[in-house]
Design a protein around this ligand. Structure first.
Ligand code: UDP
Length: 358
């Protein structure tokens, strides 16, 4: 198959602004290439794919970013800026679509979904978030009525946010196992990884660290500086050890030393890449029982699921974390979330989509 991937219109690949989509896109490219497919990636200027993805052709587009939907009101209208990056990426995709089989959209936005109704080319969408916008939700509902196979989701619980989707196509996610080294460090620090933004609930993990009189290591882009400094000020100084945003290779080396990853989303996390990355390094995860992490973590085996927003409950699980066997964490990723498993699910799905257009 010749597949054209459309990246997120939020920051270039490698900036961290696109969140989990950046890693997901790279994993998918790896998996598709190893299955022998040809891949074109349309991405913002300055984007870099992982080294092993050199065989994919990247088409760079310049323009102004979209506003992330999770930071707008649910009823906000669609905004398309002048010199829109998203519109530019779509123009490029349409341009090269004639030589390809399918367009695969990874941006969570209105325009590419709307185009599905208005062009002859198959456009498939990996929906990367729960329902964060009424206008997008309503549009998905409308397009779904005509093209029920064109949408895929990362987890069942994410798809539940779109109740009109009767039999959701669930593709999970994929991780390149040899990018993550298993580590045995049962006595390491507490870790937290993610975009530093309100929907990620960092304050709850800092609370747990503070109760234990420990530091919390935090990796990720400070997307919301005001929120970050507000949390910092509400705990004794030094409770947060800001580690910055690292490349996957650097991140996994450090993350693997932790004894546990605390994962505290306040929203319906579509999947939760950082959960699986920790598991791949052998690090058990304690997360709230909501969103994607609640489908990934096996309670008592690869970590624990605490009652949503119950910080004390989370703390109680940190105290027994040594009961989790780190090898089991890595094993889960090998069996359930490799790039090959992921790419195969995506290819099966895309075949179904293409069939509908014949
Ligand atoms: N990440 C990274 N370096 C860091 C911190 C985070 O590359 O120092 C990446 C991480 O690998 C993951 C992404 O940021 O792929 C966060 O994705 P997740 O699905 O957890 O949440 P999202 O940001 O998409 O809501």
């Amino acid at each position: 198959m010749r597949i054209v991937l459309i990246s997120t219109p939020l920051g270039f690949l490698g900036s961290g602004k696109g969140g989990g989509v950046e890693l997901t896109l790279n994993s998918l490219v790896s998996g598709l290439l190893s299955l022998g497919h040809s891949v074109d990636v349309i991405a913002p200027r300055n984007s870099k794919l992982h080294k092993s993805n050199e065989k994919a052709k990247v088409h760079f587009v310049e323009g102004k970013d979209q506003i992330s939907w999770q930071h707008q009101n649910y009823n906000s209208p669609v905004t398309i800026p002048d010199n829109s990056l998203l519109a530019g990426m779509l123009e490029k995709a349409i341009d090269i679509a004639k030589q390809s089989d399918v367009l695969l959209n990874m941006s969570y936005d209105w325009l590419p979904i709307w185009m599905t109704l208005n062009v002859e080319i198959p456009i498939a969408h990996i929906i990367s978030m729960g329902s964060e916008s009424s206008v997008i939700r309503n549009l998905i509902s409308k397009v779904y009525a005509k093209h029920p196979n064109n949408f895929a989701f990362h987890s069942k619980i994410q798809a539940d946010d779109y109740p009109f989707i009767k039999k959701p196509i669930i593709i999970g996610n994929g991780f390149k196992l040899n990018n993550y080294t298993f580590q045995e460090s049962v006595k390491g620090p507490l870790g937290w990884v993610g975009r530093v933004a309100p929907e990620k609930g960092l304050e709850d993990a800092v609370y747990v660290a503070n109760e234990l009189g420990e530091q919390l290591k935090v990796w990720g882009v400070k997307e919301d500086e005001t929120y970050a400094s507000k949390i910092e000020k509400s705990f004794p100084s030094g409770t947060i050890d800001w580690m910055g945003f690292l490349s996957t290779n650097e991140l996994q080396k450090e993350l693997g030393k932790c004894r546990v990853l605390l994962n505290t989303p306040k929203w319906n996390e579509a999947y939760g890449n950082v959960v699986v990355e920790a598991l791949a390094c052998g690090v058990p995860v304690i997360a709230y029982k909501r969103g994607g992490p609640s489908e990934i973590i096996q309670h008592g085996k690869t970590g624990y699921l605490a009652e949503p927003d119950d910080k004390k409950n989370m703390l109680s699980y940190v105290e027994i974390i040594e009961k989790i066997k780190r090898k089991k964490c890595r094993e889960w990723v090998e069996k359930n979330a490799s790039t090959d498993i992921f790419a195969n699910k995506v290819v099966n799905w895309l075949n179904k989509v293409m069939q509908d257009y014949k």
